[in-house]
Design a protein around this ligand. Structure first.
Ligand code: GLP
Length: 245
């Protein structure tokens, strides 16, 4: 685990690792398959990647992305959607092929959702799996939207959001009653199959869950603890998030 003085410094290092991977793959004529996250935590990483695209010629033409999650139900054009977030913070500013972008679709019908989740999982496999997964962490210990109780073998599926998660999202939705009750999320197994994982945690609000995740027993009560079993996962934190370690 790596502790930086500021989230800015940590984000620049993480963006460097991602850009190195993209360039290394490109030099071999290969695609780079990235699992991406939303929330406030990865924003500066995306900012830095956009800067590298503009100023250093970093190309996303060989990049294929799969986002972790999306609220359900959720329209793509809704400003609270993760679809909107990803375009606003990254995709609209780089040369990624639109067909290479995958974000769980919050508009599929309830009847289609199981089949849709299976096909999302299958697409990841067809791309050769995730080379890199970027994660934030929720106060409940969720990664993606894998809330407490998530099984370590879970795949992409629909899930009911924890009340704490909905409270944390309330300001963006102008009231907790407007936060969707469900989401579609990659599963714990989907995430764990990534060859490399970086989890970002910034600020004192995350200190408690960071301690539980890193020092606590592995348990479905704090789904992020499953990462302890991953051989190539790193926590990137600032001093405030690491304060209780
Ligand atoms: C949401 C997302 C998670 C994210 C978490 C933390 O619940 N589904 O992927 O990690 O929020 O958000 P933030 O980075 O804003 O603290």
């Amino acid at each position: 685990n790596v502790i930086f003085d500021t989230s800015q410094q940590g984000s620049i290092e993480v963006a460097k690792e991602i850009s190195n991977l993209i360039r290394e793959r490109a030099s071999k004529g290969q695609n780079c398959v990235l699992g991406l996250a939303t929330g406030s935590s990865p924003i500066k990483v995306y900012e830095e990647l956009v800067r590298m695209h503009r100023e250093e010629g970093l190309s996303f033409s060989n990049v294929v992305t799969f986002n972790l999650d999306e609220y359900y139900p959720m329209e793509k054009g809704n400003i609270q959607s993760y679809h909107y977030f990803m375009h606003q913070h990254l995709f609209d500013h780089v040369d990624i092929a639109p067909g290479n972008i995958h974000i769980p679709d919050g508009t599929v019908s309830i009847e289609e959702i199981k089949e849709y989740c299976r096909s999302y999982e299958k697409k990841i496999e067809e791309e050769g799996g995730l080379d890199f997964q970027l994660l934030g962490i929720g106060r409940t210990g969720h990664i993606g939207f894998n809330e407490p109780g998530s099984h370590h073998n879970s795949a992409t599926r629909d899930i009911t959001l924890d009340h704490i998660t909905r409270v944390d999202a309330a300001s963006a939705f102008k009231g907790v009653e407007n936060v969707p009750r469900k989401a579609i999320t990659m599963g714990i197994s989907t995430i764990r199959n990534a060859k490399r994982i970086i989890l970002l945690a910034w600020g004192q609000n995350k200190a408690e869950v960071v301690k539980a995740t890193i020092e606590g027993e592995i348990s479905s009560e704090v789904p992020a603890t499953y990462l302890q079993e991953h051989g190539n996962a790193t926590f990137v934190m600032d001093k405030e998030a690491a304060a209780q370690l």
